[in-house]
Design a protein around this ligand. Structure first.
Ligand SMILES: Cc1cc2nc3c(=O)[nH]c(=O)nc-3n(C[C@H](O)[C@H](O)[C@H](O)COP(=O)(O)OP(=O)(O)OC[C@H]3O[C@@H](n4cnc5c(N)ncnc54)[C@H](O)[C@@H]3O)c2cc1C
Length: 397
């Protein structure tokens, strides 16, 4: 089958790998508008569930991604820097750039052609393809062009955010909420590669304007953030430049589509659906789309049947994550409702933002703050982590 895939992000590349693994006879070309190695953003977090899925789908690229990733333990939630509370658990983080390099080189090993520096403008360029996979991200040009056929709804989040790096290395996944005379500004940070952490700043629109971010240059804005978070940064700096491009303030793009298919065209990843970054799931969902679509093509004799099945099952599987993402985004957009609490109650509200919790959860949260209990939980989590790593056959350590 002749397959063209638009976009060499996690969705497009992982679909190409998964399709080739299931049928080496597929002729797969990935079109990417940027040059090799160019991408936006810093690290993305993920959890054991994704590693389990990647190892069972393609052990080779899974090992390389795991080896490139950092482990973080616990979430530390700091309110006005000096009051802190902890949430138990662990996860991983990997920088987008090396992850995409791993996926691109694995795809090339399997015989996928990647055409860089070619922007797809219209589907008519690919008239001879049996299948066109649209994986060109949240602002997908192709989806915009056929928005009526897909039933697209796009909303913008209210809070401005900026995706930065820092040379201060955070061991935990850290949330810090700082009160300025103009309103609250907060970041979440996590280790993502040797010597560098990912640092994502968010605030409400009114605060953003009152602090003058709409008038400051990119560099001045970053210096102001360094002053706001000075105590947390401890003399370290924020890094705006990533692969030659300075980060700028954005509003989150929420994407929904009634259907992801139109003739022989299918949307996957952020082009099809987005989930707010505070639940850290977009990359996982993009890669899982890639696997699911490849599997449907493998199982069905005709493309139409495969796309229909992918569309139906994919939409159903996504509901929980999309609902969690909407509540999470709304929680941060109404942050002022919670900031009069102490750090313990505030962190509980943050952890429980996805829905009602049984009362014992709060008691457990209080107990989990005791240093001895935290130490015990860390130990238990480490045992669980090693067990899961062994079960999926991790050998890189
Ligand atoms: C601030 C922030 C933090 C995030 N943190 C996390 C996290 O911690 N964990 C997580 O799982 N997810 C996270 N995400 C979400 C994650 O980045 C996305 O969900 C994921 O990148 C989606 O992958 P994709 O391949 O669909 O799209 P993208 O990664 O956006 O890739 C799309 C590709 O298509 C290319 N392209 C675009 N237009 C064209 C065209 N016309 N022709 C050819 N190529 C084109 C682009 O250059 C790009 O390479 C975060 C997102 C943001 C904004």
């Amino acid at each position: 089958m002749k397959i063209v895939c638009i976009g060499a992000g996690p969705a497009g590349l992982y679909f190409a790998i998964s399709a080739k693994l299931r049928d080496a006879g597929h002729d797969v070309t990935v079109i990417e508008r940027d040059p090799p190695g160019a991408t936006y953003g810093w690290g993305v977090v993920y959890w054991d569930d994704l590693l389990d899925t990647l190892y069972s789908n393609d052990r080779e690229s899974a090992q390389r991604i795991r080896a490139e990733s950092s482990l973080w333990q616990e979430q530390k939630i700091a309110l006005r820097t000096d009051e802190a509370a902890y949430l138990t658990g662990y996860g991983y983080s990997v920088n987008r750039a090396p992850m995409l390099e791993i996926l691109a080189s694995r795809a090339a090993e399997l015989g996928v052609r990647i055409e860089y520096e070619r922007a797809a403008e219209d589907l008519s360029e690919f008239a001879d393809a049996d299948l066109i996979v649209v994986a060109d991200g949240a602002n997908s040009r192709i989806r915009q062009r056929y928005s009526e056929q897909f039933g697209t709804i796009v909303d913008e989040g209210r809070n401005p955010y900026i995706w930065l790096g820092t040379d201060r290395v955070f061991d935990n996944f850290t949330f810090d909420f700082e009160e300025t005379p103009q309103g609250w500004v907060w970041f979440h940070a996590y280790p993502s590669s040797a010597g560098v952490s990912t640092f994502i700043v968010e605030c409400q629109e009114s605060t953003w304007q009152a602090l003058g971010f709409d008038r400051l240059s990119d560099a001045e804005g970053v210096r102001l953030l360094e002053r706001i978070f000075a105590r947390m940064l401890g003399g370290h700096t924020l890094i705006s430049q990533s692969r030659g491009k300075a980060a700028s303030w954005q509003r989150f793009t929420q994407v929904y589509n009634q259907t992801w298919r139109h003739d022989n065209v299918i949307l996957i990843g952020d082009a099809a659906h987005t989930t707010h970054f505070t639940i850290g799931s977009g990359t996982r969902l993009a890669m899982v789309d890639g696997i699911m679509l490849a599997q449907k093509l493998f199982e069905h004799e005709d493309v139409a049947g495969a796309l229909k099945s992918f569309d139906e099952e994919g939409h159903a599987a996504l509901r929980v994550a999309q609902a969690a993402a909407r509540t999470s985004m709304a929680w941060f957009e109404s942050l002022d409702r919670y900031t009069d609490r102490n750090a313990l109650d505030f962190s509980y509200a943050l952890a429980a933002r996805h829905g009602r919790q049984p009362p014992w959860r709060y008691q457990r949260h209080m107990i989990n703050q005791k240093p001895m209990v935290r130490k015990g939980l860390r130990w238990a989590n480490n045992c669980r982590r090693v067990y899961r790593a062994r079960r999926r056959g991790e050998t890189w350590r």
